[in-house]
Design a protein around this ligand. Sequence first.
Ligand code: NAD
Ligand code: NA
Length: 342
Amino acid sequence: MKLAIAGVGNNISALIQGIAYYGMLDAEALPGVARPVLGGIAVTDIETVAVFDLAPNKVGKKLSDAMFAEPNNYPKLETPGPASDPEVTFGIADPTDRSQIDAVAQVLRDSGAEVFLYSLPTGLPELAAAYGRAAVDAGVAVVNCTPDPIAGLPALFAEAREKNIPMVGDDLQSHIGSSIVHGTVLSLLEERGITLTGSYQLNIGGNADFKNLREHGGNKEASKHRALRQKVGNTDSVTVIPSAGFVAHLHDRKIAHMSVEGRGWAGMPVRLEISLQVQDSSNAAGVIIDLIRIAAIAARRGEGGFPVAATQLLKSPQMLTEWHEQVPSGRAALSALAADHA
Ligand code: NAD
Ligand code: NA
């Protein structure tokens, strides 16, 4: 499966090293992988054919070098280099410059990429739109890791659907992140009839994404609320702080502290305190591997627009129906793809 990437940050280091890691293991047993084969594509079937970045210490380098360039700080694993190792090309710096968009579209066409993965820092919506434009011009399926809208751009989305180009977005939902854990606990209270009186979620970490989210957390916060609303109807009494602090020595580890308070029988208090500690960018890569395969399968089948199988893997999926109708059909579609070993 031929993949193009914009933004060689920690997520890509985790993705590329992880694929090499699984390449060293018995294909039947892949610890930490939900679906070893999805739509007939194995985890190790991914071939990177084009890579874009702007950082002077990444452009012009092989992907296998660029993914360790600062400020990337995902751990360096004892794995062989990637089988396909393209050089990082200069991407889009000025989203108003049509020639830069055209140049990226041309690289995408020449590379034979089936899927374009957008993995820039959050808070650059004009760049997200410009890269989305380039991918649609090139006829390449899009996966958007970030809360800056691409699938959420109505005109671009409609054009992609018209041209049978899949659009998987927006904002990936981490493998086992604060959204799914927090949402699950909130829905448990709701199901048991405990009245929620207040809840918060604080995330801290020491990577470039955390540093950036300190200033550009707006889209992220709204997106995290949408993720919680896949689980519970109302999040009015829930406070979400995407980046509560940059703690350098944590590197790419993330700590989420969640607090949930409610009232039970006779108004008596109930309280939960949960601490979740994860490798932040493994948490992204473990879901990116499914999103890019879902996009590739949809593209191969000529199905444009939003593939419903991606619903529960995103924080802000493009809803075809109301969320409570789409989540079960999304789950069924994902199971069907995982069972398809053809
Ligand atoms: P990162 O900051 O490590 O990497 C971003 C990369 O994009 C860097 O290499 C940077 O040089 C590059 N870049 C910046 N401007 C560019 C441009 N104009 N063109 C091409 N490249 C450019 O971030 P990351 O940890 O890899 O995360 C990527 C995105 O995924 C972020 O927006 C993050 O918020 C989002 N996300 C991450 C997680 C997770 O890690 N668990 C979960 C959900 C969403
Ligand atoms: Na990350």
